[in-house]
Design a protein around this ligand. Structure first.
Ligand code: NAD
Length: 360
């Protein structure tokens, strides 16, 4: 039996998460897999009812489960609160609490959505399937000292970029293990021509690579990589990089695929309890209208089957079913195109579930 903590959150979070749970139930029923779901609150919803965007009770529910499906948190109502009280703090705290240091963001082009991509047809015709692996808990976003001091004619601001051998080693292992299950290539992205931290990254990744000789490795400077992603995205399999470069490159690679409503993510860590969530936020502008695209959440559920439960084939069933529904012309508003059939959040979840129920 697989126990899944479900945190719907705010805005469109509950609508899209409901569809991902529906899809998991369809997989469970059709293939006889026992999934149990345990709902927990976080974000603005939890702040309003329990006074904390991440109540202790939610952490405990998560820790009693095998995996976490997260919706999205945040909304205008809570925008003026101090950082530690804001709903968005829930996901940052949860990542920290569970030691989730590796963020995986697959960027895949679905053939039937090629029109939604900003890339030229001749580039898209070669296809792409990239896994960006971003270090999530270190680097310049957390390094100390940081802050501002007064100087004669204004201020001096400081951020510190720091990485240790251990931090690089553990994420390099994640990258090589994942590459082994894909096309066996890791591109390490850094700025080693300038940064000391990048030179340490190269050194450590090369030494970890000694245990993964079946995986090809290459290195790119981040400025070149950002250019290569739009010129020749098909050259990449796994991109391994630090926190800040990963933040930027994963958004760039996401944009290549079309809509933000299509992109899932996984956050993996030290233990065996991982978190899966769409990359988008709570989209308060469309909440409650049954127009949000649930596919990012549904594909996050597929990542859960692959990385938490080692059910590679079941993950593929979900991904193939999404592909089949899109190929039949069904679209939510964000990916709508002439000649297609527009459906709502709920209907998209039902269509994908039905595809799974009829899967052979
Ligand atoms: P957003 O991702 O919520 O929305 C950006 C745009 O994309 C909006 O126009 C929205 O309608 C659209 N969009 C997003 N998801 C969609 C979907 N599934 N289907 C169709 N359209 C979709 O980003 P934002 O507007 O900058 O932020 C809104 C709130 O979400 C803020 O409070 C922000 O802090 C929060 N946020 C939360 C998370 C998280 O929970 N992990 C991540 C990012 C932002």
């Amino acid at each position: 039996m697989y126990k899944i903590a479900v945190i719907p959150g705010d805005g469109i979070g509950p609508e899209i998460t409901e569809q991902a749970v529906k899809v998991l139930k369809a997989v469970g029923k059709h293939f006889n897999i026992d999934f149990s779901f345990f709902e927990a609150s976080a974000g603005g919803a939890a702040l309003d009812t329990k006074g904390d965007p991440l109540p202790q009770e939610t952490i405990e529910i998560c820790k009693s489960c095998d995996s976490i499906l997260f919706g999205a948190v945040g909304g205008h109502k809570w925008d003026d609160l101090p950082a530690e009280k804001r709903p968005e703090n829930a996901v940052l705290r949860l990542r920290k609490e569970l030691g989730l240091f590796a963020n995986l963001r697959p960027a895949v082009i679905f053939e039937s959505l090629a029109d939604a991509s900003p890339l030229k047809k001749e580039i898209l015709d070669k296809g792409f399937d990239i896994m960006v692996i971003r270090e999530l808990t270190g680097g310049i976003y957390f390094g100390k000292p940081r802050g501002r001091t007064n100087i004669n004619n204004g201020f001096k601001a400081i951020d510190t970029m720091e990485y240790t051998t251990d931090e690089i080693q553990r994420i390099a292992i994640v990258a090589f293990e994942i590459a082994r299950k894909r096309r066996k290539k890791v591109t390490v992205v850094d700025k080693s021509n300038v940064l000391e931290t990048s030179r340490l990254w190269r050194e450590v990744v090369k030494s970890v690579h000694k245990n993964y000789q079946d995986v090809e490795i290459d290195f790119q400077y981040v400025d070149n990589c950002s250019m290569q992603l739009v010129k020749a995205p098909y050259q990449f399999d796994v991109i391994l990089t630090g926190n800040m470069f990963g933040d930027i490159l994963s958004d760039e690679s996401a944009a290549l695929t079309g809509s933000i409503g299509m992109l899932p993510s996984a956050s993996l860590g030290d233990g065996s309890l991982f978190l899966y969530e769409p990359i988008h936020g709570s989209a308060p502008d469309i909440a409650g209208q049954n127009t949000a695209n649930p596919i990012a959440s549904i594909l996050s559920a597929a990542l859960m089957l692959r990385y938490s439960f080692d059910l590679q084939w079941a993950a593929e069933v979900i991904e193939n079913s999404v592909r089949a529904v899109l190929a039949k012309g069904y679209r939510t508003a964000d990916i709508m195109h002439d000649g297609c059939i527009e459906v709502g959040t709920l209907e998209m979840g039902e269509l994908i579930s039905r595809e799974i129920e009829n899967y052979k």
